[in-house]
Every structure is written in C-alpha cells, then in structure tokens.
Design a protein around this ligand. Structure first.
Ligand SMILES: Cc1ncc(COP(=O)(O)O)c(C=O)c1O
Length: 604
C-alpha cells in the first residue's frame, strides 16, 4: 500500500458508524498532529519507542474521530524529518506502520460491518498493540536513537523524559476517550436500529392503538368541560352517518354492544365475592380486550389484569392499566424485547415453564434495566403447558430466584379442563383435585425458603371454587364481565349477560325464516356451540354463514321486517370481541360511549 493510497483511502463510515471524514476536521487533526509530532520527535531522538507510541496513538485518534489518518501522518513525518532528529526510514517505520495497520483495520471493518461490539473492542485492542508494538520493535532494532545519551545533560534528559511520558499519557488518554466515545456511539446506533426494527414488526400497531386510546379514550366526541354536548341534539336525523349514534336503533349493524350497568354489576359481583376473602382479582383481558373495561375492573378493586399475549398487554398498558400479567409463555427475542420495553412503563409479569426461557428473559430484563415478575406455571392436567408440580416446579422457581432482572412472584395454574363440567359439585371436586398439587408445591417452595406471594389462576365457572381454596391468592376470571351463552349454565347464577352482537334483519323472503346480518365474520365461530337469540323469543339460529345468520321462526316469533334489530348472544364472548374494533356502550338503550377494543387482533 502506497502513501498515496493511504491518503486517498476513504474512511469506511458504515464500519465505524461515523459520517465521512470532513476535510476541515482532517485539517485540524493534521495541524494538531504536526505540532505534537514536532514535540514528540524531539523525544523520538532519544526514545524512539516513546515518540512512535505517541504518534501511533495520534494516528489512531485521528482515524477514530473521523479524520483521514493519512494526511495527519504525512504531516507528522515531514515535521519529524524537518526537525532533523530522525532519519527517514525510522520516521517512516514510526508513522507508516500504524497508518498501515489502521487502514487495514478499516478495510477489515468494511468487510465485517456487523461485528458485535465485544469483538470490535477486542479487535481494537489488537490494533492498538500492533500499532504500538511495531514501532517499539523497530525502535529497538534500529538502535536507541541518534543522540548520544551520555552527552545529554541530566536536567535536559529529565525534561525530555517527562515530556515523553506526558505525551504518551495524552496519547493514551486520547485513544481511550475516542474508543469510549465510539463504543457509546455504536450502542446508540444499535439501539436505534433495534428500536426501528421492532417498531416495524409490532410496535406500529401498538403505537396506533396507543395514539387512538390516548387521543380519545372514548370514540365518542366530547365537548370541553362545562359545555353541553351539542352534536347529538342539534344534528337532524338524516345526517346519521355523519355523527355517532345516540340510541341503539341508530347503531349500524352488525355491531358489538354492552350494557354498561350490567357490566358494572358483574364486576361488582366478583369484587364482592373476594372482598372478605384472602384472594383478589386479576381479571383476564382476553375477553373484552378493551382498556376502558379493564379500568372499570381495576377501579372496582382488581390488582391488575391478566393478558394472553404481549400485544394484549401493550394495549392494556397503553389504555392506562399499570399492572399486567401475561399468562402465557413469552418466547423469542422480539416478544421478550417488547415485554421488557413494556416493563419500563408498567408492572409486567409473565409465566414460565422452561429454564432456557427464564435465562433469556433474565438477560433481556438486565439489558433493559427492568424487573419482570415471574410466575411458574404448573401443569394441572389441562391442554396447556406448565412444569410438573413439586420438585420440577421448585427447581424452576429456584432458577427464577437466582436470575437477575427477575422477581419470582409465585405459581400459576389454569383449571380450564374442569370449567365445562355442568354439575357444580362435580366441577368443584374436579377443580380442587386438579389444583391441589399447586398448593402442595407452594408449601414445598415455602419449606425450602422460597416465598410464594401469589398463586394465580381460576376462571369464571370456577370463581366460587378456586377462590375458596386455601392458599390461592388471585382469580383470573375473564368471561364473567360480559358473559356468553356457553358459560351461562355454569356461572349464570352469579353473572348476567351484558354483551351482544346487534344485528339487523336483512331478509324475510323465505317463509318461516329471517336472515340477520351477523355471521362468522362478526360473531366468532366456536366448535362447541352456536350463538343464540334470547330476545325476542321464538328465533332459533340454524346456520351461521359467513355474512348472515339463517334464523328459523318458531311459534311465538315476532313479525320481523327488514331493518328490525335483533341482539345475538355469542356462544363464547372472547373470540367475538376479537372481531370488532369498536364497542358501543349502552345504558337503557342509549349510546353513552363508544370504546375502542384496542386489544383485538393482538396475536403476537
Ligand atoms: C390462563 C387463563 N386464566 C384465566 C382464564 C379465564 O377464563 P374465563 O374466561 O373462563 O373466565 C383463561 C381462559 O382461557 C385462561 O387461559
């Protein structure tokens, strides 16, 4: 490599994450190099190694701050020769050696721009020792210098030595500062890149809902405080499409609707149940997916919400919930990353059943400087994950305790396979039998000195079973808040149907039948049952088509006409909420609010 090529070789900006070296900066660095080289080569005369070290450092520093090292070195060489204390070959060895190494290094980085930071630092150290080592070696082989040391007076040698040491320190300090700066810059760039990448993948939708919920926790336009809301009363009826509906009959169908009073009553029923028991509620948001309902639950006494996915948890936190437990395994770097970011703005818990997953979450939590609450899921016989109770669960709990960035909060189990048993006594026996090993594991952990703060789980159909188990602390019931046709035979004694899909009659042409405009696209298809019509009586859903319901008119059915509205009760509420963006909130058939179902569609 020639000196000319050193001069012309552009610095690689990707490799070093620096903007291309601007010429003014290069000139300033070259000027500084000239001044320092002049002083250093004085030292060079008696201590070739020390002088070369300083100049090598200068060259590295020049390169690192984004100046072209070539010009700085050339100026340094000229200064050294002009200074007349060093011969050309030795000067070239002192300057060109480091320059070569630097440029080779730049070429290497160019070839490997994605090298991780650790390797970059190690490689930088190698570079520095090469850059420093070569002139030292040359200095030794070329002899101690060109000045007879014995002839130099004591005082002058002392000054020269001090200067050499001082310059060497300055050089070292410069290099260290530059490397530190570069490391920080690299971290900043990487963080930006990672953030942009994750945003592309998932945060865009999270941000959308965040903006939607923050900008308007309600979709219903609000008048400023103290001003009457004019839009409903002033708008003539023919502009219905331009304004939100005021009453149920103004809602376009199919639409998701709730009765706010009944929702509040269901929430109160569950809170009343736990009020004087050593158990609290953490309702599952997988049912409503609506932060506004979550906030009602928390206001009524829930400690936080349970969520099925990271996305659902993001939506709830965006909507003002401060404590979420993700009751599923969160695996893979993207989701773990998102979970840790969420933990920077809310209390976040997660369930685990795998030691490697524990380690991954711990590492990510440390990187983000957050603490993730962790519950160990125990397999209680249902079609879910979970470690086996007793020793395996204890071992995993220990691992969680041992890992930084994690807080072992307790145990989790979901007795879902028992909730469908219709007879309460049988359900009671099955749920208790399934959950007994969880309580035994709790006792085992505590006997081993591992405190178990929470034992969490439980469902709508078992709220009055699981909630009375000694040692159980948290109920995750979800469906109770709005109920559905499936759960009514099991929990209808306590909770009231409060959620429907409002449909309209589209056809009555076929004798004995009507068609409603709800279908599998607006009412979730469930293998275990079909939606029902409670009111008016005499309507039986025979077929749930994609876009309509084929409804048989039985004796006593009303005389329905196209445009008439019918409330359809979903077989299972959770999937149906997931199909709608918007929830119409009714009180006495008046639309009192419209809420975004911002947790819908959060599959990740
Ligand atoms: C982990 C977990 N907890 C709680 C629930 C609450 O269930 P439910 O809707 O029956 O109240 C579910 C439902 O699937 C669940 O998966």
């Amino acid at each position: 490599m020639t000196l000319a090529s050193l001069l012309s070789l552009p610095r690689d900006r990707n490799a070093l994450s620096l903007p291309e070296a601007p010429w003014p900066r290069t000139l300033v660095v070259a000027g500084t190099a000239a001044v320092l080289a002049f002083g250093a080569t004085r030292v060079f005369a008696i201590q070739p190694a020390a002088g070369a070290v300083v100049l090598g450092m200068l060259a590295i520093a020049a390169a690192q701050v984004g100046a072209r090292p070539g010009p700085a070195l050339v100026v340094g060489v000229i200064a050294a020769i002009w200074n007349d204390v060093v011969a050309l070959p030795q000067a070239l060895a002192g300057f060109v050696g480091p320059a070569l190494v630097i440029e080779l290094w730049a070429a290497f980085l160019r070839a490997r721009p994605r090298m991780p930071l650790r390797r970059k630092v190690v490689a930088d150290l190698c570079l520095m020792s090469l850059a420093l080592g070569s002139p030292v070696a040359i200095g030794f082989t070329a002899g101690p210098g060109y000045v007879d040391l014995d002839a130099v007076p004591e005082f002058r040698r002392y000054i020269i030595d001090l200067t050499a040491i001082g310059l060497a320190y300055v050089g070292l300090l410069a290099a260290a500062t530059v490397m530190l700066g570069r490391g920080l810059r690299w971290l900043r760039v990487q963080t930006k890149r990672r953030r942009a990448y994750t945003q592309d993948l998932a945060e865009q939708s999270a941000q959308r809902s965040q903006q939607a919920v923050r900008a308007s926790p309600s979709l219903l336009p609000r008048a400023p405080a103290g001003v009457a809301i004019p839009f409903v009363r002033q708008q003539p009826r023919h502009t219905l499409v331009d304004r939100p509906p005021r009453t149920i009959d103004e809602i376009d169908t199919p639409a998701a609707i709730i009765d706010l009073d009944l929702v509040k009553q269901n929430i109160k029923t569950l809170e009343d149940f736990v009020r004087f028991r050593p158990v609290h509620t953490r309702p599952h948001a997988k049912t409503h997916k609506t932060p506004a309902i979550g906030r009602l639950q928390v206001q009524a006494g829930a400690v936080g919400l349970t969520c099925a996915k990271v996305g659902e948890a993001e939506a709830m936190v965006d909507g003002g919930i401060e404590d979420v437990l993700i009751a599923n395994q969160v695996v893979g770097p993207i989701k773990i990353e998102r979970m840790c970011r969420l933990a920077q703005r809310a209390r976040v818990g997660v369930e685990v059943d795998d030691p490697v997953n524990v380690d991954e979450i711990s590492a990510a939590a440390q990187r983000h400087g957050v603490t993730i609450g962790v519950v160990v899921e125990i397999d209680v016989g249902g079609p879910r994950g979970g470690v086996q109770p007793h020793d395996p669960a204890l071992a995993l709990a220990r691992r969680v305790m041992d890992r930084p960035g994690l807080e072992f909060t307790g145990l989790m189990a979901y007795e879902g396979h028992t909730v469908g048993i219709e007879d309460w006594d049988e359900r009671n026996a099955a749920a208790r039998a399934a959950l007994a090993p969880v309580i035994e594991t709790r006792e085992l952990c505590e006997a081993e000195g591992i405190p178990v703060r929470e034992v969490t789980g439980g469902a709508t159909n078992t709220f009055d079973i699981t909630g009375t188990i000694n040692g159980w602390t948290e109920l995750q019931a979800g469906t109770y808040v709005t109920m559905d046709a499936w759960f009514r035979p099991h929990a209808g004694h306590a909770f009231t149907q409060a959620f429907w899909i409002l449909t309209s009659v589209t056809s009555r042409a076929k004798p004995g039948y009507v068609h409603l405009d709800g279908g599998r696209k607006s009412i979730a298809f469930e293998p275990s049952g079909t939606p029902v019509i409670d009111d008016p009586e005499g309507l039986e859903i025979e077929v749930v088509a994609e876009e309509h319901l084929h409804v048989k008119m039985l004796d006593g059915a009303p005389d329905l006409r196209p445009g008439d509205q019918v409330r359809v009760t979903p077989w299972h509420g959770c999937g149906t909420f997931n199909l709608h963006d918007t929830l119409y909130v009714l009180q006495d058939d008046e639309v009192v609010d419209i809420w975004p179902i911002s947790g819908r569609g959060r599959f990740t």
